[in-house]
Ligand binder design. Structure first.
Ligand SMILES: NC(=O)c1ccc[n+]([C@@H]2O[C@H](COP(=O)([O-])OP(=O)(O)OC[C@H]3O[C@@H](n4cnc5c(N)ncnc54)[C@H](O)[C@@H]3O)[C@@H](O)[C@H]2O)c1
Length: 399
């Protein structure tokens, strides 16, 4: 079987680096599949692709190499086994040929500031899309790939104010032709290029500019599977498992306050209120959607540089029971963000490749459990979202 390519947007970031290092380590049996959902028994027999079948590449707007990124990640987060990087050094070096300079066009001040000057260049939107399509085709041809998937793991952009030109495909194509830079963000251009090249596209970030309604229509037309938004890896994962308990016991939630501290580059970008707004919008959807009413609730996100990839989320839940008695529940989630995210990225690669092979197109509703704000899905309870996935697997097994 010829191989499948995966192009990461944000290829030098922590999550992309952890996915690549983890896959190379899996190939050499240097680690286990703990944390990968698709390693559960129910996925056996589906002929999902293996780490050996995947060629990685991608775009970034900062200089660097996969080996430098992996070394930085392992140095800054010393819980990881440094033997893993030395065991995969040659393979990491070899990947550099599949890396392309990305675009930071209309990404907002914080991302544009950290980009190389050339990434915010002057060329037209049409020329940028053509360049990204050219990169995808070079990657496909140079590595003789059967298929290419594009995975958005770039920094969170400020929200895009969606209008008519983002809903209708012809209006969207006009705005590209008319070079209306203020009406797109970089993630829109990557998604457009990917779907035109018939590449499954996954938006693991909260950036709402990536899978705008016009591009979802284009994906349906071109038989391309797409899914997003914002990977569900930590605090929101716990919430989507816990909130139904209050509903099933008829306990009234009065307030749900979430305080997050994190220190990596994602945290630095989210320290800008413009970018943070995107993350808060995806995080805040879950409570009201599951409870059916909106208690007082706020998500706070603070940047604490010394933590690097360690994330701590403290949640305080104030609720009312029989005889109007007020009580509370608190939990603290402590995790390494990229270690939680990377196995899910591998799961999504495997399941999106399966969807493409099966000729599926448009939004992949059955993948809702992987996302904080699942596109096209109103079900936010983790258990029910998981049921959607198992129902899908039953269908696949029957055909
Ligand atoms: N870690 C988690 O648990 C988790 C969960 C859900 C969502 N996310 C989201 O995933 C994304 C990646 O997280 P991370 O921790 O790897 O962040 P990171 O800051 O380590 O990596 C982001 C990378 O994207 C690059 N980049 C920024 N804009 C770009 C562009 N326009 N084109 C190409 N590259 C670009 C940056 O240079 C950087 O290398 C973030 O948006 C984050 O909010 C993370």
């Amino acid at each position: 079987m010829s191989k499948v390519g995966v192009l990461f947007i944000g290829a030098l970031g922590y999550i992309a680096t952890t996915v690549v290092a983890g896959s190379l380590a899996l190939r050499k049996s240097l680690c286990k599949r703990t944390g990968m959902v698709t390693d559960l028994d129910i996925f056996s027999g589906l002929r999902l692709i293996e780490p050996d079948d995947i060629v990685f590449g991608g775009w970034d707007i900062r200089p660097g190499s996969p080996l430098e990124s992996a070394s930085t990640f392992f140095r800054n987060n010393q819980m990881l086994d440094p033997g893993i990087v030395s065991g995969i050094e040659d393979e990491l070096n070899a990947l550099s040929v599949n890396f392309f300079p990305g675009t930071a066009r209309s990404c907002g001040r914080t991302i544009e500031r950290m980009a190389e000057k050339s990434a915010s260049g002057e060329c037209t939107l049409r020329a940028l899309v053509d360049k990204l399509r050219h990169d995808i085709n070079s990657f496909r041809n140079n590595n003789r790939l059967k298929d290419v998937l594009v995975f958005n793991l770039s920094s969170t952009e400020p929200p895009l104010n969606l209008q008519h030109c983002h809903t209708e495909l012809s209006a969207f194509e006009d705005l590209i032709g008319n070079n209306r830079c203020e009406a797109v963000r970089a993630s829109t251009l990557y998604a457009y290029a990917a779907i035109l090249e018939r590449c499954p596209y996954i938006n693991f970030t909260p950036s709402n500019a990536a899978l705008i309604p016009a591009l979802i229509k284009l994906a349906e037309e071109k038989d391309v599977p797409v899914m997003g938004d914002d990977g569900k890896t930590g605090e929101t994962l716990v919430k989507s498992a816990l909130i139904p308990m209050f509903r099933y016991r008829n306990l009234e939630v009065l307030s749900w306050e979430g305080f997050n501290i994190l220190g990596n580059m994602d945290g630095r970008v989210l320290d800008d209120p413009e970018n943070r707004e995107s993350k808060i919008l995806t995080k805040e959807q879950v409570i009201g959607n599951i409870l059916g009413y909106a208690p007082h609730s706020k998500v706070h996100i603070n940047y604490v540089p010394s933590l690097d990839d360690q994330k701590t989320a403290w949640n305080f839940i104030h609720f009312k029971g029989f005889l109007g008695t007020k009580m509370s529940l608190q939990f603290i989630w402590q995790g390494y963000d990229s270690i939680l995210a990377a196995p899910l990225v591998l799961d999504l690669i495997r399941l999106m490749e399966l969807a493409k092979r099966r000729g599926e197109s448009g939004i992949m509703h059955h993948l809702a459990s992987f996302f904080k704000a699942p596109l096209g899905v109103n079900e936010y309870r983790l258990s029910e979202q998981f049921r959607m996935l198992t129902n899908y697997l039953n269908q696949v097994n029957k055909t």
